[in-house]
Design a protein around this ligand. Structure first.
Ligand code: ADP
Length: 310
């Protein structure tokens, strides 16, 4: 869906992006993760031609971006940034309708789309449509930013630290919700962050960058459990494995047993299950559906998750 081949960006003598290559598949959520200044945002902006390439080839939907008009390309790709970039003088509705308007959609279709998008990101259209950006909390503004990026139904969305300005509690909620929306709408997403927890929570694959270069690309499991070098290992500081467990639902790993009548497992994840095992000092967590021991948690970490990208 998006392919980069030997892509380089130089600012005078300084190489911000250094001969990187990667392919992002349709429906995949690829996270670019790396320290500040390593070239993440530049990579994103090269794809929608906000920054011109120095060397290399970028293809979007199989076409070389050099052959696509800049504005047409940008209209066909959703873009969300940390500072959101909502137009302050326009209502929430007009902000969300920006690209559909540019694409000359019919008024009624745009109106319906605005309502649909607001509901999708968990905001009531009646309550929020007429508000101005200054009347929104950080989390609400961020949701509107996501709604705006998705409104024209682009199959590709580029996101640059989109939840960076949101407080930790709302941030986690937004990350989880966004992941569900992305999977249900089958969008191809390239997502930039320097937040390790965020990357491990939402990514199908993670691309680790440092000093303009790609250090490793792989599933969260590959990156955490088989780091290519010390840089990657240190990046996760040994806690990555706990974040991997947050991605897994306990119910998927229960040893099923009948006739056990305890509390239901609900949507408990394996990190929470491990925490319960440790704090209760038991060997077995028993639920109405079955039980879990440390073995099931280890098996979960070892199992092949390569189908994440489907
Ligand atoms: P990241 O998103 O990983 O924090 P960026 O892609 O924004 O990093 O920047 C990569 C490097 O390129 C940084 O060192 C930054 O200072 C430099 N850079 C970015 N934009 C410009 C510019 N317009 N002119 C000169 N240097 C730039």
């Amino acid at each position: 869906m998006i392919s980069l081949k030997d892509v380089t960006k130089k600012y005078d003598d300084f190489t911000a992006v250094d001969s990187i290559s990667m392919n992002i598949k349709k429906g995949e959520l690829m996270v670019i993760l790396g320290p500040s200044g390593c070239g993440k945002s530049t990579t994103l902006r090269l794809i929608n031609k906000m920054v011109p390439l120095t060397k290399g080839t970028i293809k979007v939907r199989g076409r070389n971006i050099d052959d696509i008009d800049d504005v047409d390309l940008r209209k066909s790709i959703g873009y969300v940034i940390q500072s959101i970039g909502l137009f302050p003088h326009m209502s929430v509705a007009r902000n969300i309708g920006t690209v559909p308007n540019l694409l000359n959609w019919e008024k009624e279709i745009i109106e319906n789309k605005i309502d649909e998008m607001l509901r999708l990101v968990g905001l009531s259209p009646e309550k929020y449509k007429d508000k101005k950006p200054s009347q929104l909390s950080g989390g609400e503004a961020q949701r509107v930013g996501v709604a705006r990026a998705l409104a024209s139904d682009p199959d590709i969305v580029l996101m640059d630290e989109p939840f960076g300005a949101v407080d930790p509690i709302n941030r986690l909620r937004l990350q989880r919700e966004f992941r569900q929306i992305q999977k249900s709408l089958n969008k191809t997403v390239l997502f930039v962050t320097h937040d390790v927890d965020e990357a491990l929570l939402i990514a199908d694959r993670i691309c680790i960058m440092d000093h303009g270069k790609i250090i490793q690309i792989g599933s969260p499991e590959e990156i955490v459990l088989k780091p290519e070098n010390d840089f990657v290992r240190k990046f996760f500081k040994g806690e990555g494995v706990l974040n991997l467990l947050s991605r897994e639902k306990a119910i998927d790993y229960l040893v099923l047993e009948k006739n056990l009548e305890y509390e239901g497992v609900g949507d408990l994840n394996l990190r929470e299950a491990l925490s319960q095992l440790l704090s209760q000092g038991t060997e077995r967590l028993v639920f109405s559906e079955g039980f879990l021991t440390i073995n099931e948690i280890i098996i979960a970490l070892r199992s092949d998750k390569s189908d994440y990208t489907k």
